[in-house]
Design a protein around this ligand. Structure first.
Ligand code: CP
Length: 344
């Protein structure tokens, strides 16, 4: 399999070709099986990857840095507060600085690729983080990798699917339950959307469960439905916390905020969501699955999204998935930054 992704931005998996997704996953498995092998450890020799973070991270930062090291390159950490980006308030410039165009063009001269993380708490309106990532991508020739924006999280989606493949083989025809979980964190849904889009793309049935009022962006759900339809699979929606578990292969229980989050704010969202305690993945519910596995992007809100018993139990594969971040990101960096086509 020879797929040319050199220089390609990775902003959401839905925007990748199916053969690109398959090649990225195949290479990630090979890289996991031969982690320190000579085949891969010089692919980024002398190359720098910039990790530009508007928001905190454990997995993404450390796994990208380790990925660059294992490919023979270097990852450099960057935060907006250490830059001179132009800032305006009400149309008035409040800090002398430079435009994204200028910053991006300069960074492009130094690095072979750049990752950007900008989540909901760093923006005022849904979609602004995604727009910023695309603005950098517009001005850079080097690939821009989305390290979690307010809309998508492609590295997480690839790692989720890699974990599903490791434990249950080809995901085609299997069923995913994506269920809302209560909690005190008011979380964004970039990982949730990403997972449903890549799962449906690869031929899975998707069952979505959430309380009334917690609808996800309908344009993104429309893509999931279209993916399911194209593969002859089912998309189902329920507002019941219990009924979705029947015979599913994977359970992804995750809190996400309601569509009015950007108006009502975090405190009001938490006040509302923390009361719906019946929305939790527990052992009793897991027993009704098809020997279902628990998946989660982490950090996990134990006792709220999922019980400790399930999160630490034998059916939880969330730590394997967290490990996969390293392998899928090595695969992405090699495929987009190595400067040569990679046979997989
Ligand atoms: N899943 C994920 O992106 O984790 P971090 O926020 O720790 O990077």
């Amino acid at each position: 399999m020879l797929v040319n992704m050199q220089g390609k931005d990775v902003i959401s998996t839905q925007e990748l070709e199916l053969n690109e997704i398959k090649a990225l996953l195949k290479l990630a498995h090979k890289m996991k099986d031969n982690r320190y092998g000579d085949e891969y450890n010089t692919l980024l020799k002398d190359k720098t990857f910039i990790m530009f973070f508007y928001n905190p991270s454990l997995r993404t930062r450390i796994s990208f840095e380790a990925a660059a090291t294992e490919l023979g390159g270097h990852a450099q950490f960057l935060q907006p507060k250490t830059m001179r980006l132009k800032q305006t308030k009400g149309g008035v410039e409040v800090q002398a600085g430079e435009t994204i165009e200028d910053a991006a063009k300069v960074l492009d001269r130094y690095a072979s690729g750049m990752g950007i993380r900008i989540l909901e708490t760093a923006v005022e309106n849904y979609g602004e983080g995604n727009a910023l990532i695309r603005e950098y991508a517009k001005w850079m020739d080097a690939p821009v990798i989305n390290m979690a924006g307010d809309k998508y999280h492609p590295c997480q989606g690839l790692s989720d699917v890699m974990g599903m493949e490791q434990h249950k083989g080809n995901p085609k025809g299997k069923t995913l339950l994506m269920t809302w979980g209560h909690g005190n964190l008011a979380r964004s849904y970039c990982s949730v959307i990403e997972n449903m889009q890549i799962s449906s793309r690869l031929g899975m049935n998707v069952r979505l469960a959430h309380p009334k009022g917690y609808d996800l962006p309908q344009d993104e759900i429309a893509k999931v439905k279209k993916n399911c339809q194209a593969n002859g699979m089912n998309f189902e929606l329920t507002n019941d916390p219990d009924e979705g578990y029947e015979n599913v292969d994977f359970v992804y229980s995750r809190n996400w905020f309601g569509p009015d989050f950007y108006e009502i704010g975090k405190e009001a969202e938490i006040e509302r969501a923390s009361k719906m305690t019946d929305w939790i993945c527990n052992e009793e519910r897991m027993k009704r699955t098809n020997e279902g596995l628990f998946i989660h992007p982490m950090p996990v809100d134990r006792g709220k999204e999922v019980t400790d018993e399930v999160a630490s139990g034998p059916r939880s594969i969330m730590v394997d998935i967290a490990e996969n971040r390293l392998h899928t990101q090595k695969s992405i960096m090699a495929m987009t930054m190595a400067g040569k086509k990679i046979e997989v």
